[in-house]
Design a protein around this ligand. Structure first.
Ligand SMILES: [Zn+2]
Length: 242
């Protein structure tokens, strides 16, 4: 079998993984500070040092008299080896309904007029609690039914670049922002205002997590040394031949 990929379609991230060849994201990807508060053009910066978000940074979107462009790292393959597609999900949305149920079921009461019970038309015995009556509304909040979401990012050319990923994922997450904010707020015990600043924890690449911006910054600054060491090996640097 040929090992050259020159004229062949690259495998997807998931196909590589199920074949036992895990693709890892390129080191430069971890320099992104990725806010989820507005359009792509004003939301992403490239940190000089991934663990010093308060120090130097460059805008990912560049505007000069000559025109607009994206930061050069945008063209790097997002993984080594390269892949033709990556499918991702959002941690908080995946867990939202289960977490909501667990939280409210502990205090809900059929005699409480604020608790609404009823049937689930799309009941699934593998995933849902036993019925026939199910908690549909509690503490003024509706059950977040079937909120899991996933997105497949496809390569615009040979392999998925950082920009392919960023330009597909950002508008997708912004369209889900209200839901994500509610899911994040479940653990705050209070609603979060729309203007709450959010940032993306993309370390999982296929399983991303949304943080409050100040938490993202604090997590980076206080990252344990083992994590810094893990990201340092030369094997994670982009190959020099591209
Ligand atoms: Zn409740």
């Amino acid at each position: 079998m040929s090992t050259s990929n020159t004229n062949e379609t690259l495998p997807s991230f998931e196909a590589l993984r199920s074949a036992g060849n895990h693709a890892r994201f390129v080191r430069d990807m971890s320099r992104l500070f990725w806010a989820l508060n507005g359009p792509l053009e004003t939301s992403i910066w490239v940190l000089d040092d991934e663990y010093s978000p308060d120090l130097g940074r460059e805008a990912y979107f560049r505007q000069t008299v000559a025109g607009t462009s994206w930061h050069p790292i945008s063209q790097l393959p997002i993984t080594r080896p390269g892949v033709s597609s990556i499918t991702l999900r959002v941690y908080q949305l995946d867990k939202w309904e289960d977490d909501w149920f667990e939280y409210h079921d502990s205090h809900a009461n059929p005699d409480d007029p604020e608790c609404v019970y009823g049937s689930l038309p799309d009941y699934n015995s593998d995933e849902d609690e036993e019925g026939p009556e199910h908690l549909l509304e509690c503490c003024g909040a509706a059950r977040p039914r079937k909120k899991r979401a996933q997105l497949m990012v496809r390569a615009s050319a040979e392999f998925v670049t950082i920009h392919d990923y960023v330009s597909a994922v950002h508008p997708w997450l912004m369209s889900l922002r209200d839901d994500i904010l509610q899911a994040v707020a479940l653990f705050e015990d209070r609603p979060l205002p729309t203007e709450t600043k959010l940032a993306l924890n993309y370390n999982g690449l296929t399983y991303v997590m949304v943080d409050k911006e100040e938490e993202w910054i604090s997590n980076r600054k206080n990252a344990p040394s083992w994590m810094k060491l893990r990201l340092d090996p030369a094997s994670m640097l982009p190959a020099s031949n591209s």
